[in-house]
Write a protein that binds this ligand. Structure first.
Ligand code: B12
Ligand code: SF4
Length: 442
């Protein structure tokens, strides 16, 4: 049976992030791998193509689309377009937003909403479509039949080694587009899913039923050894959530993947607790760490339930620098920031020598504790606005001033390598800064 899986294009502001690189659609590659006996295509609209052409050319029976909050509106429009061309198509939506707010997707173009990991639900529903059976026995979905929505049980979490490796053959023709400025061609992978922590601004732990699961180090290395890419970029939520497993992975990497470069998501408190491990990983090719620093004020970190301190953030930066691991540091700008707060954050980033800071606006994404706390204060529920830069609650400064200062933080502090993507004249952060300044309020 023919199944088309669709990655929506970026929203207007985050499209500017694509100047720094686009990761492969790993979630879709994983779910495609779960239906090996079917004819599957991946349409990555961040890179090329159109839904209309793909449907006319491929004539799929099932069309599945992925969505985070910022892309859910677009995903629904794509499924609507699919149904318009062929009303017989079974439309499926999955990913973070449909999982955490399925009600938003219980609308006309959608037949099935997949909640949580998509591998087994997709395999189950595709075989039902093929056999002409109803979806009543497929765990992890909300589905429509005769106009009524039914929510099936979520199903058990699967041991990650049971999943097939991502179906990268389906995106091979778009590989040229999966790159990162300064790193070149990259391969995205995961060694774990979920997180042990409970940050209030993050929905990952709710998405994964509060569990942190790892693939065995052997399974990870077996996947990577078959790939030619030299830069391996891990999309884990917290790569070093299990120190022993990461030490074992390092040993295997030394033996079986020499000469590769690694980038991982790490927490500052983990770095401070295990500096030796990071020194050894630096020797094994870990050149970059993505660190959710969020803030250098303890009261803000406590408020976010980050379970790390400002002191740990500072210390982790020192340790990573001393072992030669470059840091991309995520920092949260709060809508109630005053001029002084912006100045002080810029000063701190400069003083600590964070060369690649990524500033985003504190956003109550659906499914987070923050959303529960702030939902009464939202100034918009247009999900496209939940792009991580727009303020979706009132700002203390006038809004144009808020965005100008957010943009200026990039201009003032960003010192990362890599000027611009090919053919672009501006450094990527300047492209992004201009997009932030132009955010239009409705
Ligand atoms: C890589 C990444 C990106 C990449 C792009 C990813 C992409 N594919 O387009 C970049 C850097 C560009 C990016 C941008 C943004 N991101 Co981002 N990103 C990630 C990250 C770190 C990894 C994604 C990944 O590959 N995961 C691994 C795969 C295996 O999991 P998965 O994608 O969830 O897919 C599984 C299920 O969700 C499900 N599934 C997914 N799609 C579908 C579709 C169907 C049909 C089915 C059946 C199942 C299914 O099955 C898959 C396999 O189990 C995640 C965090 C995370 N670890 O997931 C955040 C995450 C998805 N991003 C997030 C956010 C907030 C953003 C931004 C808004 C922030 C910003 N300003 O940068 C933008 C929005 C961009 C946009 N419009 O799409 C949030 C989403 C929260 C939310 N409710 O929206 C996450 C969860 C991070 C977090 N901790 O909160 N992101
Ligand atoms: S922000 Fe990071 S550490 Fe906190 S819950 Fe999310 S993934 Fe875990």
């Amino acid at each position: 049976m023919r199944v088309l899986l669709v990655q929506p294009p970026f929203d207007p502001t985050t499209s500017k992030l694509s100047a720094i690189g686009i990761p492969e659609p790993l979630g879709l590659e994983y779910i495609a791998a779960a239906i090996p006996d079917h004819d599957v295509r991946i349409l990555d609209l961040r890179v090329e193509g159109s839904i209309e052409e793909a449907i006319k050319d491929f004539d799929p029976r099932v069309v599945g689309c992925t969505a985070v909050t910022a892309s859910v509106k677009c995903a629904l429009a794509l499924l609507r377009a699919a149904k318009k061309i062929n009303p017989e198509i079974v439309t499926v939506i999955g990913g973070h937003h449909p999982t955490l707010r399925p009600g938003d997707c219980q609308v006309e173009p959608v037949d099935v909403i997949v909640r949580g990991e998509g591998e087994n639900p997709l395999a189950g529903l595709v075989s039902c479509v093929e056999a002409g059976r109803s979806f009543t026995a497929v765990d992890g979905i909300v589905h429509r039949s005769d106009g009524e929505w039914t929510s099936n049980p979520r199903g058990d979490l699967v041991a990650l080694d049971e999943y097939r490796f991502p179906a990268r053959a389906l995106t091979e023709s778009m590989r040229h587009a999966y790159f990162r400025v300064g790193l070149g061609s990259i391969l995205s992978a995961v060694s774990s899913r979920g997180c042990t922590r409970r940050c209030h601004f993050c929905s990952i732990w709710r998405f994964h039923h509060g569990k942190y699961r790892r693939r065995s180090p052997e399974n990870v290395v077996a996947e990577l050894a078959s790939r030619p890419e030299l830069v391996l970029d891990f999309m884990d939520d917290d790569s070093f959530g299990d120190i022993k497993a990461m030490e074992r992975l390092r040993q295997l990497v030394v033996d079986e993947l020499p000469g590769r470069t690694f980038r991982f998501f790490v927490r500052s408190d983990t770095v401070v607790r295990s500096p030796d491990l990071f020194e050894r990983w630096a020797g094994a090719g870990m050149k970059y760490a993505l660190v959710g620093l969020e803030s250098f004020r303890d009261e803000e970190l406590r408020d976010l339930n980050k379970s790390a301190t400002a002191e740990q953030n500072v210390k982790a930066l020192e340790i990573l620098k001393s072992v030669g691991i470059g840091v991309l540091g995520y920092l949260i700008v709060r809508p109630d920031f005053t001029e002084d707060d912006f100045e002080r954050l810029g000063d701190t980033v400069e003083e600590l020598g964070i060369l690649q800071p990524v500033f985003g606006t504190l956003t109550p994404f659906p499914g987070t504790v923050l959303f529960d706390q702030m939902q009464d204060r939202l100034v918009t529920t247009d999900w496209e606005h939940f792009d991580g830069f727009r303020a979706v609650v009132e700002t203390a400064l006038p809004r144009p001033e808020y965005y100008r200062r957010l943009a200026d933080l990039y201009r003032r502090t960003y010192r990362g390598t890599g000027p611009a993507s090919e053919g672009e004249e501006l450094p990527w952060y300047e492209t992004l800064a201009r997009a932030i300044e132009l955010i239009e309020e409705e």
